[in-house]
Design a protein around this ligand. Sequence first.
Ligand code: PLP
Length: 391
Amino acid sequence: MDIPNNSQSALPAAHPETLSIHRGQGYKGDTGAVIPPVYLTSTFEHGNPEGFDYTRSGNPNFRNLNDQLAALEKGEFATVFGSGVAAITAIISSLKSGDLVLAEENVYGCTYRLLAQVFEKFGVKTRYVDFTDRSNWELIEELAPALVWIESPTNPLLKIIDIQGIAEVTHRTDGSLVVDNTFASSILQHPLELGADLSLISTTKYTNGHSDVIGGAVCTNHAAWQEKMVFAQKALGLQPSPFDSWLVSRGAKTEALRVARHSENALALANWLESEAGLLMVRYPFLDSHPQCSLARQQMTSGGGIVIADLGKSVDETVAFLKRLRYFTMAESLGGIESLVCHPASMTHASVPRDVREGVGITDSLVRFSVGIEHIDDLIADVKYALGHTH
Ligand SMILES: *Cc1c(COP(=O)(O)O)cnc(C)c1O
């Protein structure tokens, strides 16, 4: 039992760059392997000392990744799942009929769909509010929801929600605060330290970082919540594959390095876009022009890899801009080493009626950049060219 966790006590205060490389490196046996192998096995011999029985309820690669992610999220426990959506499912399925989820109105689209089209049928109710408006915090005590569900920064508008403030209000009730930490990443923001009960990550994004795996995880300091997550993993069949877990473990080792470059590049691109004439809006959490810039600086250590801009163009011109980009591939998702660009009005938010979309700021000329770790000069040159500059 000492193999998987021995580095935990040896490195209590190490930095994320160190923890991600040295935590979760167990189950190497006596081979001398520097990197733990992939345990491609569906089942385990009864009575083994590590207590494994069947991979749906546990595997050495899951345990290694749990350890690594708990360290990065500065929490006690983590449970890995087959996707971010599986992690969301694990949390919401632990509720009962009649329970209320009070969610931020700019919540991730698949979270919205899961609540509206699946859990609603089983009697779980949802109400959406704008949590940047503090007067809405009163609803937490008034409605006493089982869960308060927020993201910060939000997608795609990059609203910053006050995690610590909302945690304090939530804890005046019996409810729990869930923070979807995917956009910020485990490196830049630590929801559990700010008072959240659960921090959820789609490891598909910054944790794995190479756009070749789908995965998710839930981190917590509460033993009772941890028990629910472990139960959901095996009872609902939400587990990842051992190989995917191994890949995410590998990716996580460079997450701190990558995220630093993502943030640096994104800030530089945001600054450049802000200096460009004709754009209607540029938003990035660490730009002084961001409405919640000071809150972003309090709860995040840098601004992350996502920048949005309203190009102030027609739909056709916006699409032409997207097609002229050479390094930013037009695709959903984010957090990979390569730059991506997304057009929310025709992609992620196409099913939302235009007036509703525009009401919240998702216009036809809004574009979302997931800024990769390429050289910044090349990325700016790409955007410059696509905007029609000739030099
Ligand atoms: C991608 C994403 C998810 C869902 O994760 P999958 O791994 O795609 O299932 C959840 N929340 C946010 C904020 C995301 O960006």
